[in-house]
Design a protein. Structure first.
Lengths: 261, 74
């Protein structure tokens, strides 16, 4: 009986041990895929744009479309002032997108000790997504206070509300602001986690049916077709969640730029 | 007994996704309704659509998370 535990794919293994001042800083398969995402994106962007052709070729078109896509997103939700955060949002978007897409590899023919043979989605770990979202909230609060000073607190006192209602509205606004980093990180993490568990559960059905004999094995075609459909859906989710993370970042940055709205 | 409660709890937690499902369906349905009436304005509202979807979906995801925690962690 093959191991069909759907949670096993999220296990973190040590690739190279490293300990500094009592902290376990081992290079893990999670870290390996983060490095892989960064390196592959950097290579893609560097190679695609190093010719700087006036009429873009195929590679340069990909880079230009990505650039234009994120620039439009920042401009439409945070305004022209928001473009100063373009490098940050672009990096976040591309990093998460690359991470989600690398996780979609069902098979990774590396065979290095600790990484094994399967892909790994580092965005399916709450610690990774929480770090990213705390970074976003740190920039929102830091820049908001730096730019607006005490006026940043207007965020919690929306204009156009009858004064009596501030007793209720202000606590709600504060709670909603404080829950932002949680919802931002949990959304990405839980989506990736749930999607990959779903894929592995359906893949487990195929293995179980195949193991049950020839007659049942034929029925295994049904979950196999389902897995193919779900994989296509997962690619959509992988892109959509990176997009959602980036656009919410833009919207929160917009709050830092214009807290009175 | 504890095992039983875990599974019942996970099932109950999944009911929370019902609300998110209604909400997400409502968002896309309303968007389509508006977009059919005024297709020219639809493209600019794509970001708003995704924002509404994300905020609504998060609540369903939270309940799914409770179910997953009950099944695999507790």
């Amino acid at each position: 009986m093959a191991d069909t535990n759907p949670i096993k794919q999220f296990e973190i293994h040590e690739v190279a041990a490293l300990e500094i001042a009592g902290f376990d800083l081992a290079f893990t398969n999670s870290a390996f895929f983060m490095v892989l995402a960064t390196v592959s994106v950097t290579l893609l962007m560097a190679l695609a744009t190093n010719k700087r052709a006036l009429v873009p070729g195929r590679g340069q078109s990909i880079a230009e479309i990505l650039y234009g896509f994120v620039a439009d997103m920042v401009r439409s939700s945070a305004g022209n002032e928001g473009l100063r955060f373009f490098p940050f949002v672009f990096t976040l978007f591309i990093f998460i997108l690359a991470g989600n897409m690398l996780g979609m590899f069902p098979y990774f023919p590396l065979g290095i000790e600790g990484i094994g043979w399967h892909g790994f989605t580092f965005t399916s770990h709450i610690i990774v997504t929480l770090t990213l979202s705390m970074m976003v909230m740190g920039i929102v609060v830091g820049f908001g206070v730096y730019k607006n000073g005490f006026k940043f607190l207007k965020l919690f006192v929306p204009a156009g509300v009858p004064p009596v209602l501030y007793i209720i509205v202000t606590p709600i606004e504060i709670i909603s602001f404080l829950s932002r980093p949680i919802s931002l990180s949990v959304r990405l993490f839980a989506n990736m986690l749930a999607g990959h568990i779903l894929l592995k559960v359906f893949a487990g059905f195929i293995v179980m049916l195949a193991g049950a004999g020839a007659a049942w094995g034929i029925i295994g075609v049904l979950p196999f077709a389902m897995v193919i459909g779900l994989t296509a859906l997962e690619f959509l989710v992988a892109f959509l969640q990176a997009y959602v993370f980036a656009i919410l970042t833009c919207i929160y940055l917009n709050d830092a730029l214009h807290p009175a709205h | 007994m504890e095992e039983l409660g875990k599974y019942i709890g996970a099932g109950l937690a999944c009911l929370g996704m019902l609300g998110a499902a209604i909400g997400v369906g409502n968002i896309f349905g309303s968007f389509l309704q508006g977009a059919m009436r005024n297709p020219a304005a639809a493209q600019q509202q794509f970001g708003t659509l995704i924002f509404g979807f994300a905020v609504t979906e998060a609540l369903g995801i939270f309940s799914l998370l409770i179910a997953l925690l009950l099944l695999f962690v507790v």
